[in-house]
Design a protein around this ligand. Structure first.
Ligand code: HGY
Ligand code: MN
Ligand code: MN
Length: 410
């Protein structure tokens, strides 16, 4: 499976993946998903929001056990964020068949559309739509950097954008959703575990800061006469770092656009996107409030107009405790077998929080959800250097197979 995915959407220079929603690379990934489903004799369907499903058993029976993740990427993303969950889902299903277990409940694998929000700016569009957290009118306003709207992009990819919307009947048929994901930090590396269970996702959001000044000649305009929005933007980037450090949170300006974007012109507009996350809501509010206050002071000092728009927000997610405990029990049981072999090993499956967003977090308000993390030895993610060792990936597949067996065959 990895060999087939390896080349799709990979940039020849950066070696990173550029698999943006509803592009050709995305279509290739989706064709791969469909082929994987069909080659296993699974029932393939696409829901009204463009999410792909592969079913073993009757999709309408209810109390289904669903696993999966996403295949799209951030700009120059790694191979694992998203695809590891989908590949592991198919591999876990193969493992269940090899074990000759027959699930009593329907099992499904899902590929959620546009998880990263790399193209239209909003993450987890497929799961937000399905769970009613993004409405059709809001979705129709989403526009990419070239001015192409989401409906036009979906139409060009062969989907019906007017069908977008909540899918309560489909979600009501799901008894549990488990997403396996490469860890995006080093907790498992530090604890020496191959696999962990998620506890919570930090609240996080994206804010757009528009600094508007006055375009002018870079050679002839005296410094004192300038209204240069780049200065207030630069000071705001430093303020973001400072506020995040003070609060033990994170804040990142990772995307910027400049007008007119000429080397010999003072900019008229600098637009920077802030991504900020913290362990709790109050801390996140303090950080973002502090950054905005500093930005306004800098803007005023340079005669710059500032607009701040919150483009997306995801509140804190506490994964379903009962399901989390059930996963710990299933995986703990397996580990107990090793206990007799090696009494000195720490046998607990670690439970860890994360600052990264996931479709499992979005669905958690509607469906009992849980996540498994697979060790990432460097912690690097959203970069071509993202990595997970094959042994750890196999451990992830076996853990997922155990979990699916425990949940669906009970
Ligand atoms: O940005 C995120 O946290 C996620 O990977 N979409
Ligand atoms: Mn990601
Ligand atoms: Mn992901």
């Amino acid at each position: 499976m990895w060999r087939e995915l390896l080349h799709i959407g990979r940039h020849p220079d950066s070696r990173g993946y550029r698999r943006y929603a509803w592009t050709g690379a995305d279509a290739e990934c989706r064709a791969w998903f469909r082929a994987q489903a069909e080659s296993r004799g699974l029932t393939y369907e696409v829901d009204r929001n463009g999410n792909q499903w592969a079913w073993l058993g009757d999709p309408s029976a209810g109390d289904a056990v669903v696993t999966g993740s996403h295949l799209d990427s951030v700009p120059d993303g790694g191979a694992f964020d998203g695809p590891l969950g989908v590949v592991s889902s198919f591999a876990a299903l193969d493992e269940l068949r090899a074990r000759r277990v027959t699930p009593a409940k329907p099992l499904a694998i899902v590929n959620f559309g546009d998880e990263e929000g790399a193209r239209f700016g909003l993450a987890c569009v497929g799961s937000r739509l399905a769970s009613g957290q993004l409405s059709l009118p809001q979705a129709h306003l989403l526009t990419d950097g070239d001015g192409v709207t989401l409906p036009r992009a979906m139409e060009a990819a062969g989907y019906d954008p007017d069908a977008l919307g909540p899918d309560p009947e489909r979600l009501a048929r799901i008894g549990a959703f488990v997403e396996l994901h490469v860890e995006q930090g080093r907790a498992l590396d530090l604890s020496g575990d191959r696999v962990g269970i998620a506890s919570a996702i930090w609240p996080h959001g994206r804010w757009r800061f528009d600094f508007r000044g006055e375009a002018n000649h870079a050679g002839t305009t005296r410094l004192v006469d300038r209204h240069d929005p780049m200065l207030s933007y630069a000071e705001t980037v430093l303020a973001a770092r400072r506020e995040a450090e003070l609060a033990g949170a994170v804040a990142t300006f990772g995307k910027i656009s400049v007008e007119p974007n000429g080397v010999n012109a003072i900019p008229s507009l600098v637009r920077g996107w802030l991504d900020s996350r913290a362990e709790d809501q109050a801390t996140l509010d303090t950080v973002v409030g502090g950054i905005e206050k500093a930005a306004r002071e800098y803007a005023d000092a340079h005669g710059i107009a500032l607009d701040v728009v919150r483009e997306s927000f995801t509140p804190v997610v506490e994964f379903d405790h009962a399901l989390r405990d059930e996963l710990a029990r299933i995986l703990g049981e397996d580990k107990d077998k090793d206990k007799d072999k090696d009494k000195d090993t720490d046998l607990k499956v670690p439970v860890l929080g994360t600052g990264a967003g996931h479709d499992a977090g979005i669905l958690s308000g509607t469906v009992p959800t849980a996540m498994l993390f697979v060790r990432n030895p460097t912690g690097v993610s959203h970069s071509p250097a993202e990595f997970a060792a094959e042994d750890d990936c196999v451990a992830g597949v076996l853990a997922l197979a155990d979990v699916l067996e425990g949940l669906a065959c009970a």
